[in-house]
Design a protein around this ligand. Structure first.
Ligand code: NOJ
Length: 551
């Protein structure tokens, strides 16, 4: 049971903290246009971390907000198509509102992480408008323009959202590359002028006091220099019938990330977390920390979002991630985000859904690594049902007739049981969830047994516990069937976490006897005064999640 010592004693905030993703369109609408905005978010900061969260009020207690894009955008991909990297879309507010957000958030100890979408711009970005205006425009080479092969596109690459990745542009009689929508032309990151422009974007926000960045599909920035075809394989959609070795994960990405890291390190306590969209997700997500830990500070690994509800599946996912990470790299974990079905729905089990959500939360908030929460998951918010005619998400709408799109995980935050769930005074851009009268912030704040209070208690415990924040991870059952059990060990403290994934009581047999100490229940979903230790076994109640400390 010797723990692997990988952690530094004085960890920066992004290792210690809990990061909460806000999808701004859907969080809180202050001006009644049905779309969430920055003043709406500011008005709810106390919910996320009240000024006196430490004194036991009923705010969630998070440490940072990752804000999905709020830049000016024609909204073909709801902000992931940016037309000005240094502004705020009027739909969300103004730069003054943004500055106020940073100030008000910082006042409450909340950091702000911006979402930078730098693989592509909007087709309405002035850079692209110039680039497409003529073949000899100075910005022509800021994007990827090529002649076709006869009447076919330059190569076989496909758009992630469906259809070929090349769009014919009549005016200059060439194709341009777009790995997402045709309204999202890809930048040419091989051009040093593009790199310089992007470093300026980072500096612009850093100088405004932003604490970090989430990098959208950063591993797609650089493409094969010769734009060679991807090799083919079997698959359902044309996109999946290719092995994506030429349009992603080029070796030149590593020096670029090192440049970025050097830029960030010029500012105190800043970070970048990258979204790796890869053929070998765990391996590549790990590789982008850099062998010397000089690339990304954190790298998303989406393994948890694909796991079935089985203890063994999560155990293996944790083991894969821990094994893949280079020395000194700090893991992070995520169960839900704005691109995937909400996990309360993925793990739905009728009346047991909420208790499962509590087990999942306990895993996310006690496992080694930075937890990323997605707005509403602290209420076990479900996937919203969107009628086909109401679909807003472009890939769902335009390209894949059977695909429902991502709207279901983007429905408005339910604040209370008033019309439109307290999100807006007018009908929101997506319908509120059908269960909002029962499942909302106000109702869960009133109920001490709610999923919200479970998250709040877990976050508070984590904050108070060096072992949960920084400790090593020591699995106690290496072939789990129904339950996970592990220690978190720091020099100051040892905690034990046990999670029963089954709907019945389980005797979880540990590989080795626990040190004979007086274990005290710090938190449990079951109403119990202490742990039942029977020899090497822990007796766990149905779907019990518990954290124990030594008395
Ligand atoms: C990944 C983002 O998470 C997704 O929402 C977006 O559509 C694509 N990148 C394109 O920017």
């Amino acid at each position: 049971m010797t723990p692997k010592r990988k952690t530094a004693p004085d960890a920066p905030w992004w290792r210690d903290g809990v990061i909460y993703q806000v999808y701004p369109r859907s969080f809180a609408d202050s001006n009644g246009d049905g779309v969430g905005d920055l003043p709406g978010l500011i008005a709810h900061l106390d919910y996320l971390a009240g000024a006196d969260a430490a004194s036991g009020d009923d705010s969630l207690g998070i440490d940072a907000i990752w804000l999905s894009p709020v830049y000016p955008s024609p909204m073909y991909d709801f902000g992931y198509d940016v037309s000005d990297y240094c502004g705020i879309d009027p739909l969300f507010g103004t730069l003054d509102d943004f500055d106020r957000l940073v100030k008000e958030a910082h006042r409450r100890g909340i950091r702000i992480v911006m979402d930078l979408v730098l693989n592509h711009t909007s087709h309405q970005h002035p850079w692209f408008v110039e680039s497409r205006s003529s073949r000899d425009n100075p910005r022509r080479d800021w994007y990827i323009w090529r002649d076709g092969q006869g009447d076919r596109p330059p190569n076989n690459w496909q758009s992630v959202f469906g259809g070929p990745a090349w769009e014919w542009d009549e005016r200059t009689a060439q194709y341009y590359l777009h790995l997402f929508l045709k309204e999202q032309p890809d930048l040419n990151w091989r051009n040093p002028a593009v790199q310089d422009a992007m470093w300026d974007v980072f500096r612009f926000w850093l100088d405004r006091g932003v604490d970090g960045f989430r990098l959208d599909v950063f591993n797609l920035y650089v493409k094969d220099a010769q734009l060679r075809d991807n090799p083919l394989r079997l698959g359902l959609r044309a996109y999946d019938r290719q092995i994506h070795i030429q349009d992603r994960d080029q070796p030149e990405m590593h020096p670029l990330l090192r440049d970025l890291r050097a830029l960030l390190d010029d500012y105190p306590q800043r970070m970048a977390v990258g979204e790796t969209f890869s053929e070998e997700p765990v391996k590549m997500a790990a590789a982008y920390y850099g062998q010397q830990n000089d690339e990304l500070n954190l790298s998303f690994n989406f393994d948890f979002t694909h796991q079935p509800w089985r203890a063994r599946a999560f155990y293996d996912a944790i083991a894969r991630w821990e094994a893949a990470l280079p020395p000194g790299a700090w893991p992070c974990h995520v169960l839900s985000n704005h691109d995937v079905e909400r996990h309360a729905s993925r793990y739905a089990a009728g009346s047991n859904t909420d208790v499962r959500a509590k087990v999942a939360a306990a895993l996310l908030l006690t496992i080694r690594g930075t937890p990323f929460l997605y707005y509403g998951e602290e209420l076990a918010m479900r996937q919203g049902r969107i009628a086909r005619a109401q679909i807003q998400d472009p890939p769902g709408k335009r390209y894949w007739p059977l695909y429902k799109g991502r709207d279901g995980c983007r429905t408005p935050m339910p604040w209370d049981d008033s019309p439109h769930a307290g999100f807006s005074i007018n009908p929101p851009w997506l319908p509120v969830n059908a269960d909002y009268r029962q499942r909302n912030v106000e109702a869960q704040r009133r109920d001490p047994d709610s999923v919200f209070h479970w998250y709040r208690r877990l976050i508070a415990l984590r904050k108070a516990s060096p072992a949960l924040r920084r400790g090593d991870y020591v699995p106690l059952i290496r072939r789990p069937v129904h339950a996970l059990a592990y220690l978190r060990v720091s020099p100051e403290q040892t905690l034990l976490v046990a999670l029963n994934f089954a709907s019945r009581p389980v005797l979880a047999v540990l590989d080795e006897p626990l040190p004979a100490r007086d274990w005290q229940v710090l938190l449990s979903t079951a109403d119990r005064p202490d742990l039942e230790l029977l020899g090497n076994s822990l007796a766990l109640a149905p779907y019990e999640a518990c954290v124990l400390g030594m008395a």
